[in-house]
Design a protein around this ligand. Structure first.
Ligand SMILES: Nc1nc2c(ncn2[C@@H]2O[C@H](COP(=O)(O)O[C@H]3[C@@H](O)[C@H](n4cnc5c(=O)[nH]c(N)nc54)O[C@@H]3COP(=O)(O)O)[C@@H](O)[C@H]2O)c(=O)[nH]1
Length: 550
């Protein structure tokens, strides 16, 4: 009979599931957290490099545009000087114009006139002899000459770029001044203008690695520990920017520092999700669903003994669940879980079919001598199709309904209207009804009187104290007299000692089950012992009745 569920197995199972989920969640949190934090650092680095590739590209473009502007200015200035010269390039008026053209300009430091590789005059005045400026490094298609890295006496160690058109020249510092600095994300970044034919740098700012520059490669690229971008112009030079990866480290580290906590939080959330899903997967309702599908349940049968004769007269079908690993889950736990999760109907349906298949031959062979009791839950009886299903099963397995007993618990009384009708219908089929775990639930005498019943099962908690002097032992006589007054047959449960059996017999209890007589066993064992008993009692009849071989 359903006694109060023993706490230990349930507790053990919950603890087992709980610990497993917690361990799994912690492991997942650690793994996912590390994975996300690692990915966050890695992504922060990639993102920073990508960002800096774009910055490099923009800087290279800026260098090209700036040079374009210089080029246009110096070309126009040279034309102006040429027009004004009237065969006298170093005339006073031209020198004055040179002064005017170089004054206030942020990149041209001086204007002058070059002939035979000598600077003959500039905004400063005439030079006699002229200042040598060296051979031109490159000549453009339009005839513009370029002299790079030129040292001039008034330059105080500076190097200059001289761009000349028809000798009229713009003199510029080869290093870009500090105004560029404001544009750069780091002091390690180099920016400038590259002349691919001369393989030389025209202007630059920052530490330039000329070996990293290629003649024409407009794509930003990674060259060892540098990001290099070049922006080609239609006049053949290219603006460039070189960013050492080292310069990014500070930035991506701070990005990673922001990303790590986010990564950890996401990792933890994912771990919680995984743990929740795992918990769901390993939850009892989910396990029961799989157990039904994978045939993990089986039935055992506990003999019901006639106390007067000591003979077996019936059996109670009890369900067992052995998990694939060999662990068992106690019926108190999985039946309660199936009831809570609304799976009890499916469990009962499985149980009824299994029981009909296993016990059908024996019941048919011993009509009127052997009964079978099955446990029903309150949900089963509130299922409108339950009695029809039962009838169909009886027909399919040709089971005599009169040999069957449905054990219902006191909880069924909670919905007396619906269940009363079902109980009535079952009794009409010939099925006997027993009230199980009597005295442990919500029994009310008025319900008991209303319900159509045949048996009352005295729960183990009232049987155990018999003969011990415990106060609860005094309850049994009352249950017995109640059952007698309602004309119910009694089955005592959990009989473990001969003293209990004697007391029950002497007080008019007709039937009993318990370890004193036999523990629940598989149908084959039950049938073997049953036949042996029959043989001992009526050898001839038993031979005739041995219709079912295990
Ligand atoms: N709805 C369904 N409920 C079922 C089904 N199968 C079992 N159950 C219910 O689970 C509860 C526990 O059952 P179980 O662990 O099988 O325990 C039964 C007996 O094995 C046990 N028993 C019998 N004799 C003794 C004894 O001498 N000592 C002792 N300590 N235990 C004994 O008692 C339980 C009897 O069950 P019941 O008669 O049903 O009360 C229990 O509530 C079952 O009802 C199922 O298929 N469907």
């Amino acid at each position: 009979m359903p006694t109060a569920p023993p706490p230990h197995p349930k507790h053990r199972l919950r603890t087992l599931l709980g610990q497993r989920s917690i361990r799994l969640a912690l492991l997942m949190a650690l793994l996912l957290g590390t994975l996300f934090a690692g990915s966050a650092v890695y992504l922060a680095r990639l993102q920073t490099i990508d960002e800096y590739r774009l910055i490099a590209n923009n800087l290279a473009e800026y260098a090209a545009l700036r040079t374009q502007r210089i080029r246009e200015y110096t070309h126009d200035a040279a034309i102006t000087l040429e027009k004004n010269a009237r065969q006298r390039p170093c005339s006073a008026s031209n020198i004055a114009l040179m002064r005017q053209l170089s004054y206030g300009n942020d990149f041209v430091v001086d204007m002058g006139y070059v002939e035979n590789d000598q600077l003959l005059c500039s905004a400063i005045g005439r030079f006699a002899p002229g200042i040598p400026v060296g051979k031109s490094n490159a000549v453009s298609a339009t005839g513009a000459e370029l002299r790079m890295q030129v040292a001039l006496p008034f330059g105080q160690g500076q190097r200059y770029l001289i761009s000349s058109f028809a000798g009229f020249s713009a003199i510029m510092k080869a290093t870009w001044s500090d105004d560029v600095q404001g544009w750069l994300p780091d002091s390690q970044v180099a920016i400038g203008m590259y002349h691919p034919v001369a393989n030389a740098v025209l202007f630059s700012h920052g530490p330039v690695r000329t070996d990293l520059l290629a003649p024409h490669d407009p794509r930003p690229r990674d060259a060892g520990n540098y990001i290099v971008a070049q922006f080609p112009t239609d006049f053949g030079y290219s603006g460039f920017a070189i960013i050492p990866i080292q310069a990014l480290q500070q930035r991506w580290r701070s990005k990673a520092a922001q990303a790590i906590p986010t990564g950890l939080v996401i990792g933890l959330l994912l771990a919680a999700l995984v743990a929740w899903l795992t918990q769901r997967q390993t939850s009892l309702p989910s396990m029961i669903r799989h157990a039904l599908h994978d045939h993990e349940f089986h039935m055992v049968y506990q003999p019901v003994v006639d106390l007067a004769s000591g003979q077996w007269v019936g059996m109670e079908a009890l369900m067992r669940w052995t998990r694939p690993g060999g662990n068992s889950i106690a019926p108190d736990i999985f039946i309660a879980a199936a009831e809570r999760s609304g799976q009890i109907r499916a469990v009962t349906q499985w149980m009824l079919r299994q029981v009909a298949r296993e016990t059908g031959p024996l019941l048919r062979a011993y009509p009127g001598q052997l009964h079978l009791a099955v446990n029903l839950a309150s949900d089963d009886l509130s299922d409108a199709g339950f009695v029809e299903h039962w009838q169909a099963l009886l027909d399919e397995y040709q089971l005599p309904a009169t040999q069957l007993i449905g054990e219902i618990t006191e909880r069924v009384f909670m919905d007396a209207g619906q269940t009363g009708a079902q109980i009535h219908a079952l009794r009409n089929l010939g099925v006997g009804i027993a009230i199980d775990d009597f005295g442990t639930g919500y029994s009310s005498l008025s319900y008991l009187a209303q319900m159509e019943m045949d048996y009352l099962k005295i729960d183990k908690i009232f049987v155990t104290p018999i003969g011990t002097g415990a106060v609860t032992a005094n309850v049994v006589p009352h249950i017995v007299s109640l059952a007698q007054s309602l004309n119910l047959k009694m089955v005592a449960e959990g009989v473990e000692t001969p003293e209990q059996a004697d007391w029950l017999r002497q007080h008019g209890v007709q039937l009993a089950q318990g370890w004193l007589f036999a523990r629940p066993m598989p149908i084959q064992a039950f049938e073997r012992q049953w036949r042996a008993q029959q043989q001992a009692r009526q050898p001839a009849a038993a031979t005739a009745g041995a219709a079912h071989s295990p």
